[in-house]
Design a protein around this ligand. Structure first.
Ligand code: Z57
Length: 835
């Protein structure tokens, strides 16, 4: 549809201009013409929306030119498939990326408003649970910043991760209605809808060339509608796309035909279709096996692959060369059904033969593993998968049978290995092991930190490593410094920039230039003052939202992450009780005052995690009001930890708690965000902690606990937590204190499940690491009293974290896995050429 229309519309200056007066005029214009409000009757949200549209207008040039360039030049594209994108608020980030933060702040101030208050209005898209979803968000930020042609595909959940409330110390979940006031950052593309089939059966037939073919006769068809959000690069013209799919009922599937006069049946079928993208499953690291979840996965995967094939065709790229055109990254096994789906599309819909289709498929996909925890590994019952995706089950069987033939040839006379490696688990009820399918169907398999990648090869994927050693690589996770330093910590950002210029935000290695300043007493003082100011901000927030007074002079000791037994929030809690018991025994004990802050959500069905939340709140009730404790210990459970709130938390920390059982945390990424903002870490040799410690220097890191090898050895020799309980009076005193009902108004039953789990199983070896942790915390206490030396260590942490930028991670993916070159985007000056 080009015809005689000019390719470029006339763009009003008010939609592109960035001088203060134009920004003010544009803001008022959007308030009037989009929000339909005068300032007199406007709410804060109206102002937020007017500003969001003002910023959106200013990024559209970049976005449309990027899309047009990709369409014309058909470059190699990285497609990042993820069931979760935990984006956090867009407005502030887009202002930073466009370089508009300061002028917009001024324009808004001149209108008598406060930019921070408007930023606070944005309801964040919480379309993820935790680390995995947030990693995807950091990666698409870096892909755009590095000018890599890419597209991110996912699900537009109507309800993201639940909002957390705390009632009587317990977590209560509230629906996240993030779309309630509209979403100014997305553009719906109804003209690009696609159809996805479910259920039914397959039929065979001989086609016009006499070739044996299969066709899938579905039970139902669901429509996928794409919603696009621009993802800006930092100070580049590149604006890539996050394309999220919403499920709807297809009106073309005429209900009247199928449900003669059955109005209610038709409406029911409509709501059933829309159910697919209704809500994000709120479990992090536990697999549930729910059919709706498989429907979500297949739905977004099928839409995305069809979309890529459509684009390739539009660009005249032959499907034989699909793998040259796209590198598809599978973010965990959640999108792994894509391997069977691409086979189906190539075989059944595009007439390829098996060998060619398999060759293309296995040159297209790469798989990232994010966990070794057995409870997180996805396995779909054969009955369920076959009921929902009958053709895919046939294809998976065929893939498996060919794969097992190869295993037999490579490792002849090892039948155990066949059973262990089979994509189908046949030890009881039959299951499809998605990680095995991912390994067989991908050309690269990566873990997310060096230790994790090594353990993957040694344990969970050992057989696959022996089969395909060349597929295995490591890519250590990283985080975006744009959101987690520039946007979160403007004070630190100005201080750094005043010393080393502003190149570091694109090239985080430049932070190393701060190292030499560590001997400059003036700089140390400035750095200290920044930390104190940010701590004061958090104190104000905590007073306003929790009614608790916390002391900015105290150690801000923070553990912020999903609540999970392997992350051991309860080990932290045991230390708080240890200190409490010591203070009760010796009220004049001299300790560095500490504020223990916790933030994080528990999966709604994870009983033990919810009990840990209750325990922390119960301890807080006691310690925060006991006059013997005074100001020396404060405990606060920060409600509803999310990306928006995390941005307040990371900059304010002195001490970052990274205390998972060694070998259990694949990488961790919060550990990086804290350290970049000058927190010291207390941590085990787990995940990326190992590499962080190497980078910042062992003398600037508080290490404790068993190593992953020691954990495995202890487990093998038969771990008995009772030995630790009976062998350590202080530990016994802590556990007995909980058991006595001291923190539960005399109720000795409340925390019994938690105590029993520690004393009778303790699979995460909390008791075994307790003493080492307590001693390490004593070193922290001592170190904090030397304020100037603490500041030195803090500076060195920030200065040496350059390696953990997600830009470095993406460069690693590019050189080892994707091999997709950057493409520069030209954006002609609209206001001039249209003048
Ligand atoms: C999730 O957030 C992670 C792994 C999973 O298997 C699932 Br499901 C959710 C996390 C890991 O626990 C972190 O250690 C890691 O840093 C993060 O994924 C990103 O790789």
């Amino acid at each position: 549809m080009t015809g005689i229309l000019p390719n470029k519309p006339r763009i009003e200056d008010d939609r592109t201009g960035i001088d203060i007066d134009t920004l003010k005029r544009a803001f008022l214009d959007n308030l009037f013409y989009i929000q339909a409000k005068f300032p007199k009757v406007s709410t804060k949200n109206d102002y937020y929306m007017a500003l969001a549209y003002t910023v959106r207008d200013r990024l559209l040039n970049r976005w449309l030119h990027t899309n047009q360039t990709y369409l014309e030049r058909a470059p190699r594209i990285v497609a990042y498939l993820s069931a979760e994108f935990l984006m956090g608020p867009h407005l502030g980030n887009n202002l930073i990326d466009l370089g508009l933060y300061e002028p917009v702040k001024q324009a808004i101030a001149e209108l008598g408003l406060d930019l921070n208050e408007l930023l606070e209005q944005e309801e964040e898209p919480g379309l993820g649970n935790g680390g995995l979803g947030r990693l995807a968000a950091c990666y698409i930020d870096s892909l755009a910043t590095l000018e890599i042609p890419s597209v991110a595909y996912g699900i537009r959940y109507e309800y993201g991760i639940f909002d957390q409330e705390i009632k009587d110390g317990w977590q209560v979940e509230v629906t996240d209605r993030w779309l309630r006031y509209g979403n100014p950052w997305e553009v719906v593309r109804p003209e690009s809808e696609l159809m996805v089939k479910f259920g039914g059966h397959t039929e065979t037939f001989i086609d016009e060339y006499g070739v044996y073919r299969v066709q899938w006769v579905p039970y139902k068809v669901v429509k996928g509608v794409p919603y696009d959000t621009p993802i800006l690069g930092f100070k580049t013209n590149t604006a890539n796309t996050l394309r999220l799919w919403k499920a709807e009922a297809p009106e073309s599937f005429d209900f009247a035909v199928f449900n003669q006069g059955d109005y209610f049946g038709a409406v029911h079928q409509k709501s059933e279709s829309e159910n697919i993208t209704k809500v994000l499953y709120p479990n992090d690291e536990t697999y549930q096996g729910k059919q709706l979840r498989l429907e979500q996965q297949y739905f977004f995967v099928s839409c995305s692959l069809q979309d890529m094939i459509r684009l390739a065709k539009m660009q005249g790229v032959a499907l034989e060369r699909f793998h040259e055109h796209f590198a598809i990254q599978l973010n965990d096994t959640h999108p792994t059904i894509a391997i069977a789906e691409l086979m189906r599309l190539l075989l059944d819909e595009h007439g390829f033969d098996w060998d060619r289709a398999w060759d293309i498929t296995t040159k297209t996909f790469a798989y990232t593993n994010h966990t070794l925890l057995p409870e997180a590994l996805e396995r779909w019952s054969v009955a369920m998968l076959g009921g929902l995706l009958p053709r895919h089950l046939e294809l998976i069987y065929e893939i498996n049978s060919r794969f097992l033939d190869e295993v037999r040839i490579k490792f002849f006379e090892d039948p155990d290995r066949i059973a262990r490696m089979s994509i189908i688990d046949e030890s009881g009820e039959r299951y499809v092991r998605m990680a095995h399918l991912a390994c067989v169907g991908s050309y690269a398999i990566n873990g997310v930190a060096e230790l994790h990648s090594r353990l993957l090869k040694q344990t969970v994927l050992h057989d696959f490593y022996e089969m395909y050693p060349e597929k295995f690589v490591n890519v250590t996770n990283g985080v975006t410094p744009r959101r987690f330093i520039a946007l979160s910590n403007p004070r630190l950002t100005s201080l750094i920039t005043s010393k080393i210029g502003d190149g570091w935000l694109k090239n985080l290695g430049e932070l190393r230039k701060l190292e030499s300043l560590v001997d400059d007493a003036g700089f140390r003082n400035d750095f200290y003052q920044v930390k104190q100011a940010v701590k004061q901000d958090l104190a104000d927030y905590v007073r306003a939202n929790h009614g608790v007074e916390i002391n900015p002079e105290s150690i801000y000791d923070i553990q912020a992450k999903r609540i999970h037994e392997y992350k051991r929030q309860h080990l932290n809690a045991l230390y708080i009780i240890t200190l409490y018991n010591r203070l009760k025994a010796n009220p004049s004990l001299d300790i560095a005052p500490r504020t223990f802050l916790f933030g994080g959500k528990a999966a709604p069905g994870y009983y033990m995690a919810k009990l840990i939340v209750k325990l922390i709140n119960s301890i807080a009730d006691v310690t925060n009001s006991d006059p013997d404790v005074g100001d020396r210990i404060k405990v606060v459970f920060l409600t509803d930890y999310n990306v928006k709130f995390a941005q307040r938390v990371y900059p304010a920390a002195n001490l970052s708690e990274q205390i998972s059982t060694a070998g259990k945390e694949a990488s961790g990424t919060g550990n990086m965000k804290f350290s970049m903002n000058g927190a010291l870490t207390i941590g085990t040799l787990d995940g990326a902690n190992v590499e962080i410690r190497e980078a910042v220097g062992a003398e600037n890191f508080f290490l404790f606990g068993m190593t992953a090898e020691e954990v495995l050895a202890k487990k093998a020799e038969g771990y008995n937590p009772w030995d630790y309980y009976h062998g350590n009076d202080e530990l016994k005193g802590v556990l007995d204190r909980i058991a006595s009902g001291f923190f539960s108004h005399g109720d000795t039953e409340l925390f019994k499940p938690l105590l029993d789990s520690l004393l009778y199983q303790d699979i995460f070896m909390v008791l075994a690491d307790y003493q080492s942790y307590v001693e390490c915390q004593e070193r922290v206490d001592g170190a904090f009293r030397d304020r100037d030396n603490w500041t030195r260590m803090s500076i060195l942490n920030a200065a040496r974290m350059g390696h953990f930028s997600s830009d470095r991670s993406i460069r690693d993916y590019l050189s080892q896995i994707w091999k997709a070159p950057a493409v520069k985007i030209d954006v002609p000056e609209y206001s001039q050429s249209n003048g």
